[in-house]
Design a protein around this ligand. Structure first.
Ligand SMILES: N[C@@H](CCC(=O)N[C@@H](CS)C(=O)NCC(=O)O)C(=O)O
Length: 210
């Protein structure tokens, strides 16, 4: 049994998609960051970083970091075929894309959403945000090119946890509202993910269009 500490259209979306894909028994516990619920003493015991998501496994072990949770779920449930096995060459690409999404693309979103954390200058936040927008456009542009050369998924013709992660980040529309218009191969990948029954089931709770 899994418990996912969650908020709508947050970094909990990719882990939530994987839980649905796996059809694993799980419950969601909502953490409302606007009410500072991610900073309570009880929550900080599970995730000392004070971020969502956190996955609790069988009421015992807590895991933080959305990409780590995705890697864990995909490997623990190989029957769901969300990751190539270590014996397959695609396993390297799988690591590459998930690491790229969480180490390079996701931090640019975090810079946009939390700009004051990246500058000590009280007037610096808009500059951080405009830089983050440029970074996001460049990074998505390179991903779009790769998807155009060898798509429609990040691993070619094979859906994986990487695509769920890409979909999650593509849903954070505020800094680049024209993302799908500018990057057609990203749009194609995101639409394939969106159409999956597991994803369709959870879109409403995340405030996302079907
Ligand atoms: N690297 C972390 C980032 C998680 C993260 O920043 N989550 C956001 C919601 S999308 C959050 O909890 N924000 C509250 C805060 O930073 O105060 C992950 O991927 O799990």
């Amino acid at each position: 049994m899994y418990t996912l500490y969650w908020g709508p259209n947050s970094a909990a979306l990719a882990p939530q998609i994987l839980l649905e894909e796996i059809a694993a028994p799980h419950e969601l516990k909502t953490i409302d960051t606007s009410q500072q619920q991610h900073q309570t003493a009880d929550y900080l015991k599970l995730n000392p970083n004070g971020k969502i998501p956190t996955l609790v496994i069988d009421g015992k072990q807590a895991l933080f970091e959305s990409a780590a949770i995705c890697l864990y779920l995909a490997d623990r449930h190989p029957e769901a075929k969300l990751a190539p096995s270590i014996a397959e060459p695609a396993r390297g690409l799988y690591y590459q894309w998930l690491a790229h999404l969480t180490n390079t693309l996701q931090p640019a979103y975090l810079a946009y959403y939390y700009p004051d954390r990246l500058t000590d200058d009280p007037k610096g936040a808009p500059l951080v945000q405009s830089r983050a927008r440029k970074d996001l456009a460049q990074i998505w542009g390179r991903i779009d090119k790769a998807l155009g050369e060898k798509g429609p998924y990040l691993l070619g013709d094979r859906y994986s946890a990487c695509d769920a992660f890409l979909f999650m980040l593509s849903c954070w529309q505020e800094p680049l509202p024209d993302l799908y218009g500018r990057f057609k191969n990203v749009k194609r990948c995101a639409e394939l993910v969106r159409a999956r029954p597991a994803v369709q089931r959870i879109l409403p709770a995340n405030g996302l269009a079907a």
